[in-house]
Design a protein around this ligand. Structure first.
Ligand code: SAM
Length: 286
């Protein structure tokens, strides 16, 4: 069955940042996504980690039976399949503005196991004007995604760093800095998901994140891979931790600060460290 044609959320939609803006508008759906990882390599990662059998419904989460993640070029194997995960498009599914992604590759259908995440995750508005859209484990079902599961990887255009501090590109909030050497260097490349990318660009930040990221090497390609830091259940919003400078840099207030009582609330301090520790713990077996 060919994939359904995407029904985009268009200009003038009620949701998003302000009355006319939706995050989908910023995307150019017609252009091919230039992924950090070529589709073939991407499939290799998915074949390791995106086995839907690991994502069980209610009560009986299976511990993933994983081979070791190829952490170095030498460890990695070549020869993976197609590139389903190239571009993601947004498709509204109900009148509440709930939207879910479907993968636009001609080879993929929503039932395709390679697109397993579409079954469990949805994008919807968080209800907060500041936060905008977010990624949630679908509440239509009782899903449990085990701690340590590979969830996806950040995709976007690769542009030279450092981030612009002036001009129209200075407020690009979808940049991910990509470490290429052992050290962070000033002209590190950036992965820009403002115009193209996949669902991971909708993950919001939390000071108590349930998703951790790791920059990994698959073959000759760097991947910003996301893993569940803890068991994710239906209704949970998937959040990473953007880092200590993100909100200050963009002149924004993190919603966690509001909840916890302000930017200097002690509970917000050390969030980066906690996020790293939790990721270590989640991936300890791999
Ligand atoms: C990478 S985008 C995430 C997706 C975004 N919510 C959207 O609708 O496109 C980052 C933006 O989301 C919002 N955001 C994410 N986490 C937030 C938080 N904890 N508090 C407030 N705003 C947040 C901010 O506007 C931020 O610039």
């Amino acid at each position: 069955m060919p994939p359904k044609k995407a029904n985009r959320v268009t200009k003038g939609g009620k949701l998003g940042h302000g009355p006319k803006w939706t995050p989908f508008e910023a995307w150019n759906f017609e252009r091919t996504v230039r992924e950090i990882i070529p589709g073939a390599v991407c499939k290799q990662i998915e074949s390791f980690y995106a086995d839907p059998r690991r994502w069980t419904v209610s009560g009986r989460p299976q511990r993933p039976r994983l081979t070791k993640f190829p952490a170095t070029e030498q460890d990695s194997k070549s020869g993976c399949i197609t590139d389903h995960a190239r571009a993601a498009v947004a498709e509204p599914v109900d009148s509440q503005g709930v939207a879910c992604f479907t993968v636009s590759s001609a080879a993929a259908t929503p039932d395709d196991p390679a697109c397993g995440w579409t079954k469990w995750l949805e994008i919807r508005h968080t209800g907060s004007a500041d936060k905008g859209y977010g990624i949630f484990v679908k509440s239509t079902g009782r899903y449990e995604i085990p701690q340590g599961s590979y969830l996806g990887h950040y995709v976007g255009e690769i542009i030279p760093g450092p981030p612009k501090t002036k001009g129209k590109d200075a407020d690009n909030r979808y940049l991910y800095e990509l470490q290429v050497g052992l050290e962070w260097d000033a002209d590190r490349p950036l992965v820009d998901a403002s115009k193209m990318g996949n669902w991971t660009r909708f993950m919001n930040s939390s000071c108590d994140p349930n998703v951790g990221e790791r920059i990994m090497q698959i073959g000759k390609v760097r991947v910003i891979a996301f893993f569940a830091n803890k068991m994710l259940k239906s209704g949970d919003e998937l959040c990473i931790y953007y880092g200590d400078d993100y909100f200050n840099g963009h002149g924004l207030l993190c919603s966690c600060d509001e909840i916890a009582g302000g930017p200097h609330d002690p509970s917000a301090v050390g969030a980066g460290e906690r996020a790293r520790e939790r990721l270590q713990e989640a991936l300890a077996d791999y």
